[in-house]
Design a protein around this ligand. Structure first.
Ligand code: ZN
Length: 65
């Protein structure tokens, strides 16, 4: 399954680094040192991001939805 707006790469420390990108305003949020995409989603959600299978929105865009 692919979640729109979320990409990953290996960071210098060897941990997976995830970048969440808002599909509406290009706002980016970087999550490091988590092993799985689900964990990155939880971290982003805890910071106000609205992430579902259908959309990826930053806190600002999620609040004006
Ligand atoms: Zn946004």
């Amino acid at each position: 399954m692919t979640v729109a707006g979320m990409t990953s790469r290996h960071s210098d420390t060897g941990n997976e680094a995830w970048t969440v990108r808002c599909e509406r305003c290009e706002h980016r949020f970087r999550v490091v040192a988590v092993g799985h995409r689900a964990d990155a989603e939880l971290v982003a959600a805890a910071n106000g991001w609205d992430i579902t299978d259908q959309r990826t929105l930053c806190p600002a865009c999620a609040s004006v939805r």
